[in-house]
Ligand binder design. Sequence first.
Ligand code: RIB
Ligand code: CA
Length: 315
Amino acid sequence: MRDNKSRLSEGMNKKVLIFDCDPGIDDAIALAFFSGVIKQNKNNYDEYYIISTWGNVPLEKTLKNSIICKKIFDIPVQIVRGKDKSIRGDVIFAEKVHGKDGLGGYSEKYFEIAKEEKITDLKFFLDNLENQSSEIEIIATGPLSSTYDILSRKRLRERIQKVVWMGGAFFEDGNITPYAEFNSYCDPEGVEILIEFAKEKKCVYFVPLDSTKKTQIKRDDFLHILETVKNKKVREFISDITENAKVLILHDPLAVFAFFFPDLVKTFTSYAEVDKKAFRGRIYSIISPNQYLEVVYDFDRENFFRSLVSSLNSI
Ligand code: RIB
Ligand code: CA
């Protein structure tokens, strides 16, 4: 891969990678994974952004948690304030899983380091992005309310090269209703526009509960795996924020793995529709070859944890 300077000096388009998330404990671990991988492959992109979106907890808390993760994991990103509710305006949070603060009650302990941070407003960020000719790639691990705004802008939509979203349940029960996964339930309009985009450009990957359930690991076993991580601050932070969980499901880290290591996940292609009414967030799909949506249904679990630890040792 060319380095940034040669790409830009040869007039090639800037490459921008956006991480749209709602931290959240598993989003935080995904951001650690993300930080390590982009440090291991530092020439692949020219600019990185985190868009904090509402979801596990209200926007102001996901924003604060994004800044904490940027500092703890030393992520070379700019922070963008995303949407604070769904396209239709309603919100539901997952405080039972992530704590009222979104980080298992540890947001206050770490906020001191995150006080001074320049935050860009979503509209300002997207207006600027529209005026460049960047190539855009997106990892999304929460409700798609902010990504909806990106996909709604024709000049941005045309420049998106790849989207990987943790969300949906295809042949698995939901985790917020019997039929719907949380991110999908939160903003079905966001899911709908992403599916429409997938029909235009075959570059969209869903990472649903069907695969993320296979990341399940006892917290003690996970912390044991992390013992080889040299960065004490990172180990301590992950131990803190997972303190109240006996078992972890690393939904969002799997989306990061699928984004950066596509050869280590298994996918099927499918047609898909999202229910916006009766069974809000439910995804109806049919597996079919040569369809427009790539769905991650399995992955190499050993490689997943090995890549995660390796990336944490690059922070
Ligand atoms: O259903 C799991 C998803 O919902 C994860 O992204 C988790 O962080 C929550 O947002
Ligand atoms: Ca999330």
